[in-house]
Design a protein around this ligand. Structure first.
Ligand SMILES: Cc1cc2nc3c(=O)[nH]c(=O)nc-3n(C[C@H](O)[C@H](O)[C@H](O)COP(=O)(O)OP(=O)(O)OC[C@H]3O[C@@H](n4cnc5c(N)ncnc54)[C@H](O)[C@@H]3O)c2cc1C
Length: 383
């Protein structure tokens, strides 16, 4: 995967790196109480939540290495408040709840999950460029305040400050969460499912058959498996990111749309939306345009080169929002898919929702907004 050229892997300890390739091709548990298919952040967080909730034996399987999908290529920003400007209230509520859960995980998980608190600063030529209303979480900054916080801008800019957001190295969080899981099989792809009397009774994989009590599909895009009665609309949106050489310029937290500064001074830049580009390779013209935009906004870093450059694909449903649901018509199968731009942020709340649903047998209230039924209704209306 192209995401494997991302900066994140190089920053892991040897122990964390080893987690990502755990149990290659070996299924230790053929009859798990819970099988999770997909070792991105959604799957690993869900497996960890099921394990800590005491739902019995949990097996996680992943076709490649853990984090080899969108997770390994994400920017890792956890910024729920900015979604007030673009998303409906239930989405923002979910995102806020998830950042809180990230905070709890950081406190309670053995060695934490690598959460780094930061302030988000958004630059705008004019404060009105953001939103007509001012919310309590946002502090508007005038030109002078921005210039003090972000020295070296090409021209005066106003901005907005949101405190106490966060970021992670997505692979570090993944490795830390996976470390508690008793059974992980990487290099193991689910290939088909057998359904009897409304239950998934068998999942065939490249390493043999599994007979799960319950199964959760967390495959990024909705799962497409022989025998699984599911057909959800989804597409992928490619994005490029780069990380520069260490920069002498100091940025506070993350400055949108400029860059996020990593601990050693490198700048994480980009997050393009290359709609329609299905090629799996990094495009130099896109990387060059990300760098040009950086130099144009922050001339002080002109000439700084990209040490890492990569691309990956965001899984997206037509409304850009995730599905967190039981597979319609099946009693013991759940899915989460289409996390698009915020799957890292949303992982803990998604995991928590599914684990509680499996445990109680009833959907938690917050799940209603993320049902896959919304797409069935749309298809119905169109016809
Ligand atoms: C450029 C870019 C920047 C981003 N920045 C951010 C950000 O700052 N903050 C944020 O919150 N989100 C961000 N995202 C979005 C985030 O990366 C995704 O929403 C998130 O990683 C989705 O996680 P996932 O676990 O659902 O999917 P994935 O990470 O894609 O994991 C799914 C896994 O399932 C495996 N799989 C698929 N089919 C099978 C099968 N049949 N059997 C076994 N395994 C299977 C795949 O190999 C894959 O590893 C960004 C995305 C991109 C592309």
């Amino acid at each position: 995967m192209v995401a494997e050229t991302a900066v994140w892997r190089d920053r892991l300890t040897a122990q964390e790196r080893a987690q990502l390739g755990r149990g290659a091709g070996v299924i230790e548990e053929q009859h798990p109480d819970v099988l999770v298919v997909g070792g991105g952040i959604a799957g690993v967080a869900t497996a960890a939540a099921c394990h800590t909730a005491g739902l019995g034996s949990v097996l996680l399987i992943e076709a490649g290495r853990l984090g080899s999908g969108a997770t390994g290529g994400a920017a890792g920003l956890l910024t729920p408040e900015i979604h007030e400007w673009s998303d409906p209230e239930p989405f923002v509520d979910l995102a806020r709840a998830s950042l809180e859960l990230w905070g709890e995980l950081e406190q309670t998980w053995p060695d934490g999950v690598g959460l780094i608190e930061l302030d988000w600063i958004g630059l705008a030529p004019d404060p009105d460029g953001f939103a007509p209303h001012q919310r309590p979480a946002v502090e508007w900054l005038d030109h002078d305040q921005v210039a003090e916080l972000v020295p070296g801008l090409a021209r005066p800019m106003a901005g907005a400050l949101i405190r106490r957001q966060a970021r992670v190295n997505p692979l570090r969080s993944l490795a830390r969460l996976a470390a508690v899981l008793p059974a992980v099989a990487t290099g193991t792809a689910a290939t088909s499912a057998e359904v009897k009397s409304g239950r998934v009774v068998r999942v065939a994989t490249t390493a043999g058959d599994i007979y799960p009590g319950a199964v959760v599909f967390a495959t990024g895009m909705p799962p497409v498996l022989d025998g699984l009665p599911l057909d959800l609309p989804a597409s992928r949106v490619k994005g490029h990111l780069l990380v520069t050489e260490p920069s002498p310029v100091r940025l506070p937290g993350t400055v949108a749309p400029v860059a996020t500064q990593l601990d050693d001074g490198r700048l994480l830049v980009g997050g393009t939306f290359d709609t329609g580009d299905e090629t799996p390779t990094v495009r130099q013209d896109v990387i060059d345009s990300i760098l040009e935009a950086l130099y144009a906004t922050l001339p002080a870093v002109r000439g700084l080169q990209a040490d890492y450059q990569w691309c990956c694909f965001r899984p997206r449903h037509p409304d850009g929002r995730p599905v967190i649901d039981r597979v319609p018509g099946l009693e013991n199968a759940w899915l989460t898919s289409g996390h698009f731009r915020t799957g890292i942020l949303m992982a803990p709340v998604t995991a928590h929702t599914i684990a509680r649903w499996i445990s109680a047998g009833e959907p938690p209230v917050e799940a209603a907004a993320w049902s896959s039924v919304r797409f069935a209704e749309r298809r119905h209306i169109r016809h």
